[in-house]
Structures are given as structure tokens and as C-alpha cells.
Design a protein around this ligand. Structure first.
Ligand code: GDP
Ligand code: MG
Length: 442
């Protein structure tokens, strides 16, 4: 399939805007790749429609072939549909003890994942976690969790025979409160298939404990059925996140795309083995590569996006040289920097500007701030982005609130933008000379 796909893309040679025929041809193979990865049929249809809408008529940039352009769009849409660039952490934004409810079918990996999450919260975030099994269905289930808890070095709720799941949950929360736990993980019983009894049981537990997270655990090997499972659980419980287990196996991970599409809930974690440390953050871009399932295509995508980035960078550089640089450009710049590594990389494309690189580095570009800064800028109005001078106290407050940051963060961004503008103005003058020396005109 991999070769077939790249073959199709190589075959697209037309120049200019992508034609409907180009796109249709390429998307036929994409559809097969998705079905092959066990993405649910209705989700495949939606996905292909989205790519088609975006692709037809889109401009083919610079040295990118139409095929590469389609691949780039497929990859972009896939990452978007999987939930954007970053991993979404477990929500611990609630008063302690914070209940986390684990739900899913029998054998999906709830108990194992409960242990893994407990270990992670304890080791990485230094939280005091209590593990409680509400599984009264399987005789040894509560013992299984107690053993996992012991391995993880996390306490588990003492087992009391004859209690209902709701009674156990209430007891767990009581112990959590009394003994000062930060988090209580409630591991529920599954069933072999969705049924009323299961849903009623978890619904009652949810009502009794009001969890900060209701995590649906799904086996990545489930394939087409994952959609029905996700839909049933989400309709009954409004899940807040998904854990995809057994991603260490052959599964391509198409279930991720299906579940995200059906529930809208982010995929938060990925199980990659039976051991307790075999738990990873969900990275949309990695899973997108896996669903599309072909290393060479991913390489092609990267090459294509690099080329596109260069074209965008050149446009931006021209704007800089003309001395026109506002916060919208800065936001574009931030996106470029995170993709291309650094602003200095971009400067290398401009002749005669080697010395400016150090100055840019000195402008105190802290990579951890880029995402926050991008969020701040996206909370501004277009007018504010184009004329940052108008951003005074009350606007700062509004922007900070809108972007989930503080007024100090907004101030820091504006200061940094000022610093950059100053450097860029200087660079503009230097650049004109440099360009002239190389016999180019701006
Ligand atoms: P539950 O019924 O939902 O509680 O499922 P369990 O947690 O008992 O897991 C069922 C089986 O799946 C166990 O043998 C686990 O070791 C195994 N398992 C769980 N998660 C993973 C995973 O990410 N990778 C692999 N390979 N096995 C897993
Ligand atoms: Mg279990």
C-alpha cells in the first residue's frame, strides 16, 4: 500500500492550483489507507470530504509538487482531527481528593491503566494517589488492582466483601478525604459488551462521586467496533478523555481518529505494554503518521512542509525588510520558529545577515514561551495585532483572561515584540545593503 500511495503522489505532476482530478485520484488511495487502519467508515467519509474541500483549488507553492501538497493537507487535517499538536494532560483542576473514573469494556485495560496512571501521578507530579477497585463482577478483580498498587508503591482501598460499586466508591472518597489523598482513581468493572446494567452501574458511580475525569479505556485493536463503544459510553457518561491501550501491537490506531470524531473528547494517554511504565502521552502527529502508515510518505510530507515553510518564510522576510512587521507577523513567526528550529535558520536565507543572528539569539527567545505567546496573540483583535500600541491596561486584562494567561505574560510578549521590532528595523537597513551587495533588489 505504501508504495502504491507514493506512486500515486509521484504521478501528480500538474502545476498551479490543485485540480479536482488530482485530488480525487490521491484521495482514493487515502480512503483505502484509512480503512486499512480500521478507521470507521463514516469517519473516513467525513475526513476525505474535509481534505477535498481544503485541497481543491489550493495554491501549489514553490517547488512542491501537487502530490506533496495533497499529502501535506492529508497530514494536516489528520493531526487537526486527532486534536491538534499537543498532548492534553489529565485534569487535576479540582478540589482534593480528585476522583478519576475509569470506564470501558472488559479486558480493555482499565485496571492496568489505573495502576499506570497512579504510578505516573505519584512519580512525576508527586501526588498522593489512592487506587480503588469497584469491580464486583470478577472474583479476583479487586485483588488484581491491589497487587498492581503494591507494585506501583501506591495505597489501595482495603477490600470489604459484599459492597456495591457505589458503596465502594463512597468509601474510597471518604478515605480520600480523611487521609488527605490528592487523587482517588476509581477502577470500574467492564462487561463483554455494552449493556444497560453496565451503563447504570457506572452512571450511579459517576453521580455519587462527580469525577474530574471520566476516562474511557479502549483497546486499539478493537477496530470498527471502537466507534459504537465510544458512542455508547459518551452518550451515557459524557467522557472527558480516552486512553488507547495496546498501541504496542500491530494496530495502526485508526480507532483514535474514530473515537475522537464520535466523542469530541481528547485522547489523553496511550498504553504501550503490560508493564507499569508503559504509558505515554498521546501525540497526534505520531499517530497520524501511523494511521497513514507509511514512513516514506511521512518523510515526503515533512519535505513538502519544509518547502512550504520556506516559501512562507521568504514572504515574511520580504515584509520585514520593508519594515512592516506587526503582531500578526509575529504570530506567523512563532509558528515558523517552532517548526523550523529558529529564527536564525530563516535569516540564513537572506544574504549578508550573518551578524544579526547573534542579536536575534540575544533577544531572549525562550522556546517554552512560544505556545503561550501564540495563544495571547490569538486572543487579540485584528486591530490590536496590527497596532499593538493601543493595548493598554483594560485590553491587557481582557487578552490575559481570553488566553488563560496573566497581564504579566501579555506585558512580556509586548516587550519582546518591541525588542524584536527594534532588531528588525536595524536588520531592515542592513538587509537592504546586503541585498544590494548581492545584486538583488528588495
Ligand atoms: P480491564 O478488564 O479493562 O481491567 O483490563 P485489564 O487491565 O485487566 O487488562 C487486560 C489485559 O490487557 C491484561 O493482560 C493487561 O496486561 C493487558 N494490557 C493492558 N494494557 C495493555 C497495553 O497497553 N499493551 C499490552 N500489550 N497489553 C495491555
Ligand atoms: Mg479490570
Amino acid at each position: 500500500l505504501s508504495n502504491k500511495l507514493s506512486g500515486v503522489f509521484d504521478g501528480l505532476r500538474a502545476r498551479g492550483a490543485l485540480s479536482e482530478a488530482d485530488v480525487t485520484e490521491a484521495l482514493r488511495e487515502v480512503r483505502l489507507a484509512l480503512l486499512d487502519s480500521d478507521v470507521a467508515l463514516p469517519v473516513v467519509r467525513d475526513f476525505v470530504t474535509k481534505v477535498r474541500e481544503r485541497a481543491i483549488g489550493s495554491e501549489v507553492l514553490g517547488s512542491v509538487t501537487p502530490g506533496q501538497q495533497v499529502v501535506k493537507i492529508v497530514n494536516d487535517v489528520m493531526i487537526e482531527q486527532l486534536g491538534g499538536e499537543g498532548a492534553v494532560p489529565i485534569n487535576l483542576n479540582a478540589p482534593a481528593p480528585i476522583p478519576i473514573l475509569m470506564v470501558g469494556l472488559q479486558g480493555s485495560g482499565k485496571t492496568t491503566t489505573s495502576g499506570k496512571i497512579a504510578l505516573r501521578l505519584k512519580d512525576r507530579l508527586r501526588r498522593r494517589v489512592l487506587l480503588a477497585s469497584l469491580d464486583t463482577q470478577r472474583p479476583a478483580a479487586q485483588l488484581q488492582l491491589a497487587q498492581l498498587a503494591e507494585q506501583a508503591g501506591v495505597p489501595s482501598l482495603p477490600i470489604v466483601a459484599g459492597q456495591t460499586p457505589v458503596q465502594i466508591a463512597n468509601r474510597a472518597m471518604d478515605v480520600g478525604r480523611r487521609e488527605g489523598f490528592d487523587v482517588v482513581i476509581l477502577d470500574t468493572a467492564g462487561r463483554l459488551s455494552i449493556n444497560q446494567e453496565l451503563m447504570d452501574e457506572v452512571r450511579q458511580v459517576r453521580a455519587a462521586t462527580n469525577p474530574a475525569e471520566t476516562l474511557l479505556v479502549v483497546d486499539a485493536m478493537t477496530g470498527q467496533d471502537a466507534v459504537n463503544t465510544a458512542k455508547a459510553f459518551n452518550d451515557a457518561l459524557q467522557i472527558t478523555g480516552v486512553v488507547l491501550t495496546r498501541m504496542d501491537g500491530d494496530a495502526r490506531g485508526g480507532a483514535a481518529l474514530s473515537m475522537r470524531a464520535v466523542t469530541g473528547a481528547p485522547i489523553k494517554l496511550v498504553g504501550v505494554g503490560e508493564k507499569q511504565d508503559a504509558l505515554e502521552d498521546f501525540h497526534p502527529e505520531r499517530v497520524a503518521g501511523r494511521i497513514l502508515g507509511m514512513g516514506d510518505i511521512v518523510g515526503l510530507v515533512e519535505k513538502a512542509s519544509e518547502t512550504i515553510d520556506h516559501a512562507e518564510a521568504e514572504k515574511l522576510a520580504a515584509k520585514m525588510l520593508k519594515g512592516k512587521f506587526d503582531l500578526e507577523d509575529y504570530a506567523a513567526q512563532l509558528r515558523q520558529i517552532t517548526k523550523m528550529g529558529s529564527l536564525s535558520g530563516m535569516l540564513e536565507m537572506l544574504p549578508g545577515l550573518g551578524k544579526m543572528k547573534q542579536q536575534i539569539n540575544d533577544a531572549n527567545l525562550d522556546t517554552t514561551m512560544f505556545k503561550r505567546q501564540a495563544a495571547i496573540i490569538s486572543s487579540m483583535t485584528i486591530k490590536e495585532r496590527r497596532t499593538p500600541d493601543i493595548i493598554k491596561a483594560s485590553r491587557k486584562k481582557r487578552i490575559a483572561a481570553g488566553s488563560g494567561t496573566t497581564v504579566q505574560d501579555v506585558n512580556r510578549l509586548l516587550k519582546q515584540f518591541d525588542d524584536m521590532s527594534a532588531v528588525i528595523k536595524k536588520m531592515g537597513k542592513l538587509g537592504q545593503k546586503g541585498l544590494m551587495r548581492h545584486g538583488l533588489s528588495a
